[in-house]
Structures are given as C-alpha cells and as structure tokens.
Design a protein around this ligand. Structure first.
Ligand code: CIR
Length: 260
C-alpha cells in the first residue's frame, strides 16, 4: 500500500527569480545571496530526483519574489489538487501561475475562492488526517472552505493554531512517517499531535523542524547536527541541504516543493 503522505512519484518546484532578494521576512536577516540560493535549489531538486521522482522545475517569476516557495500555492492530494488563497497580498497572484502545471497532472483541480485565506505551509497531511494551523496567513474561513472541498474525498480536516509569531504551522513540524512527527516543543505542547509519535527538535535547533519526508529520505536544512543525529538514531535516511539563503526570508525545506 502506498503511504500517500510521504511516498511520491512527482514534485513541482520553481526556480528562484532575481527578485527573491525582496522576499517577505518577518525580521531582517540580511539579503539572500541569489547565486548560493540557486546552488542550493539545484541540490534540492537533485535530491528529490535521486528518489526516482519526476521533478518539474518551473521558470522563475520575477514579479513574485516569494514564488520559489511553491508549497504555499496549492495542496496536492492523491485524488485532487486545491489552489490556495494566500493571506500575503504580494503572493496571491502566484497561484494562477501554478494552475496550469497542476491541471497538467490532475483531472480535478479545485480552488479556494474566498473570502478566506489559506497557505499550503499551514497544512500538514498525515496518513489519517489533514492538520491545518490558523496563522497570520490562514484564517477560519479558508480552513472551512478547504474542509468542504475535501469532504467528498473522505478526508478529515483538523483545525489547529500555529503558535504566535511562527509563520506557518509547518515552520514548526514535519511528517517523518505514517505515525511520526518531528516538532518543536512549543508547537507540540498544545497537544495537537496526540496519538502520534513525536520527536522533538533539540533545544536551539527549532529551525530544523521544517523538513520533508520524501520517499526514502528525510530532507532537512544543514547546520542542525543534533537534529540530524536524532533522526539518524531513529533510522531515517537523512539528507542535509544548505538553507542559509531561503532562511533569510523565512523559507525552508517544505516550502520549496509540491509533492504528490
Ligand atoms: C513568505 O513569507 O511567504 C515567504 N518569504 C516564506 C514562505 C515559506 N513557506 C512555507 O513555509 N511554506
């Protein structure tokens, strides 16, 4: 049986545009170095491909500085894709540029029409449910609309809260396998992962929580040795990718791809 939450045959990414240096960030961490980001992006794509997946790299979109973070534009399920409605005004126009790529892969592509907002970074799909954290980018109306769209396919959506001052729900957690989640303590403390096995990011390495399980690999940001060791102790096949440049504009491993 396929574990649709981490076994994937396809991924969609988008090449960073020169304008990525103007990407949104909650705090000033300096300007991303485009040349380094392109090297890291290539490494990321190559790592996804190494699992045997077919990876599409869409062309850069200069008018949308954050468009490299394709995860926020859609939710990809086995049966259908849903175009999101980002809460960040500068990101709303990105979505229509993702629509054609998804229509080429799916028979059924739905869209969040509004008035609510929802971004893919706030959605964690597990083997049994879809968890959505409300945040500054995702509101109750957006979650309700998603619930209605996925109900006929038998998915249950659990409405949660992204911790205050955390960009997205998945900034602080990732799925490692059908029943295991990597999480910061600040997020898991809310009790949202009851019934799952939880591995906590070690103190000072909270920024490592945004990883992805993609086929046989757990792909995480480099520079978090305690988290990498913890995951290897638990027998995960860990791949580390430099994320210094995306991190300056609050991006991480999950944001860089749509996986299905
Ligand atoms: C933003 O603020 O929208 C981008 N600079 C970062 C988006 C990161 N996406 C994600 O966590 N899914």
């Amino acid at each position: 049986m396929i574990n649709a939450c981490f076994e994937f045959s396809r991924a969609i990414t988008r090449q960073p545009a020169d304008s990525v240096v103007n990407g949104l960030s909650a705090e000033d961490h300096g300007t991303p170095d485009l040349a380094q980001m392109l090297i890291d992006h290539e490494h990321y794509v190559a790592t996804l491909k190494e699992t045997g997946a077919d990876v599409t790299v869409l062309p850069p979109l200069a008018e949308f500085p954050d468009s490299v973070f394709v995860e926020d534009d859609a939710l990809c399920l086995p049966d259908c894709a849903i175009l999101m409605r980002p809460g960040a005004p500068t990101r709303q126009g990105e979505v229509m540029h993702m629509a054609d790529a998804l229509r080429a892969c799916y028979d059924k592509v739905f869209e969040i029409a509004g008035p609510g907002h929802i971004e893919g970074g706030d959605i964690l799909m597990t083997a049994k449910e879809i968890l959505v954290g409300k945040s500054a980018r995702t509101d109750a109306d957006g979650v309700s609309e998603l619930k209605e769209i996925v109900k006929p396919f038998g998915y249950s959506v659990r409405d949660l809260q992204t911790p205050p001052d955390v960009l997205h729900f998945k900034t602080d957690c990732s799925l490692l396998d059908a029943s295991t989640i990597l999480s910061t303590e600040r997020l898991a403390r809310s009790g949202c992962f009851e019934g799952y096995r939880v591995l906590y990011t070690p103190d000072g390495e909270e920024a490592a929580a945004n990883a992805i399980r993609f086929n046989q690999f757990v792909i995480m940001a480099a520079g978090f040795p305690k988290t990498a060791a913890l995951l290897r102790e638990h027998q995960y096949d860990v791949r580390e990718i430099n994320n210094t440049e995306c991190a300056k504009i609050d991006g991480g491993m999950s944001c860089l791809s749509l996986r299905f």
